[in-house]
Design a protein around this ligand. Sequence first.
Ligand code: ADP
Length: 339
Amino acid sequence: LTDAAEPVDDSELAIEGALRPAALAEFIGQQKVRGQLQLLLDAARIQQRPADHILLAGPPGLGKTTLAMIVAHESQRPLRMSSGPAIQHAGDLAALLSSLTPGEVLFIDEIHRMARAAEEMLYLAMEDFRIDIMVGKGAGATSIPLDLAPFTLVGATTRSGMLPNPLRDRFGFTGHLEFYETSELEQVVARSAAMLSVDLPASARLEIARRSRGTPRIANRLLRRVRDYLVVHGHDAGRDGTVDVALVDAALDLYDVDSIGLDRLDRAVLDMVVRRFRGGPVGLNTLAVAVGEESDTIESVVEPYLVRIGFLGRSPRGRIAMPEAYAHLGVHHPDGAVT
Ligand code: ADP
């Protein structure tokens, strides 16, 4: 089972890059975060200083990397990209920070996965634009302070709860990205379809949006699968050569995306809670082992959406399946709810 909201390969990353909005005004949805970022960037520009550090939190594929690029673009600053897993030693971070040019925007994706020693170095760097470099070992070790060029850190995390408080507190602003409304995803699909020269009627755009799990990355991916399908089966399409809903259905069914956009892993998790664990409660780790997936993936990718659509609930003793989940799987609810 793959993680539906992560890019799958380099060609997908390349297409993603091409579809990324470059300006805040082109960024669809997330009105609140957009307004907050706009103010922060405007204030920095008026005062001619780097913007405050920004933390972006939310499930994968909702636009965190895109917003980081927009922050750099709108403030006309260069962007340096790194990620938590690439920073496993304090020295990795020291090398990165000391090579920044004044005002540069540093993006650290999955910042919750950075090494602890690096985290501590980052506190001082964020606050005072300074780090202490340890030289030597044991009794003879000394620390040499090093001044850094001022920079703006943009951190992204799917697990803001896993960030230590001292780190979280050093961000001037935290933006929580929410799943997108269907109408917003329709706009994402329309924009991408125009860029990819795919001719889609509104009904087909709506169908893709409805089945995108509230996630622009998935909307773009489904659009490309529909485009593939159209390339191969285009002669089945309407007389004017455009796609209709039946064609979208056929394309998405082929890729195991169900009628409401759940993928195989989503359904595996629901099925496990409903059938094997009789509706729960079941602990996260037990559930992860049962479906053969990392608990981190279940918690940061699968659950947020299932909770958001009211299929899964969290209780102190674990995850529970809600009546809507039974209905979707066509299983009788123990309380006698009709399926
Ligand atoms: P994240 O970093 O949160 O995983 P990305 O920023 O990489 O997500 O976005 C994934 C894809 O979805 C990109 O191709 C991006 O262009 C597209 N995307 C995300 N948010 C939006 C948006 N608000 N409007 C248009 N496209 C978006």
